[in-house]
Design a protein around this ligand. Sequence first.
Ligand code: HEM
Length: 313
Amino acid sequence: MSAQQPAGGTVIDQNDVGDRSGPARHLPGLHRLAWASMLANGLLIVTGGLVRLTGSGLGCPTWPRCTDASWTSTSEMGIHGAIEFGNRTLTFVLVAVATATLVWGWRVRREYPRLFALTVVLWLGIPLQAVIGGITVRTQLNPSIVGIHYLISAGLVVLAMLLVERTARAIAGRPLLTAATPTRVGLGLLAGATAALLYLGTLLTGAGPHSGDSGEIARHELNIEAMAKAHAWVAIATTLLIVVCLVLVRREAQRRPAMGRLTILLAVMLAQGALGYYQYFAGVPVLPVAIHLFGSAVIAALVAGSIERGLRG
Ligand code: HEM
């Protein structure tokens, strides 16, 4: 069995991967860059959240320039300008990491076209997010756009995690497995529930007080209490699904690698849930909300890792 199905239908034997003489010698570098990509996208979720939570969303009132007269923030624009502009400049870190990942993906494109495709999509995500960030500013922090901005970043974290797992599998020469139907259904439901959970989180944020500016910013006209309940119920359902997936995966000896991911995921979900209740009843203080955002990025990554390992070994 092969670790990857390369172009042209040839099968890469795990020994070929092990000897690292061909393009496979680039896999460890690609694996490290996949981790860097995931961390960089996760970091941007947190720094983007801090822009919102410090009320700096319109610190630079336009885009792509910071103001009509300047590309950068000026000292007169104060701390909000510096925070918002600081977040914009982090884009260059993301571009550097995504470009290096793409170059390493290019080196293995013939043998591992799917890994290469992931690096292309990860790279394209950066200009896309830059433009959506610009639309966020130009629509005066429209909560739907802010939510999309977050969800795309979470999607990039997921893709980076898939690259982490798939390069690890190729390096180790682990065979691709096919999951039994109950496992596939369980993991599929987990993917859907997590997506719903993150989406509901963005709706709740869009209805809440952290608009990203101290001025009059339009908010979703939703009942916060009802939204918080829906968000919490989906969180509970997602947590139960993780337990179900653990039971399903445990029945198959080959799927043990997925158990580690699922166990950590369960622990992080429980902590995130407790934090969610705390921040709700405490009136959404800034620090717990920032940690909740970080937790959501970790959860997106762990769900992707659990599903990839559970489905394909
Ligand atoms: C356990 C899994 C959970 C995950 C993965 C999760 C994820 C999220 C996400 C992605 C957001 C949106 C962040 C943003 O757009 O900036 C959010 C917001 C929020 N979540 Fe959760 N959440 C979870 C559980 C909970 C629970 C159990 C509660 C309790 C009610 C809760 C309360 C909140 C509140 C109040 C907000 C709005 C924060 C704000 O106004 O900025 N969360 N959550």
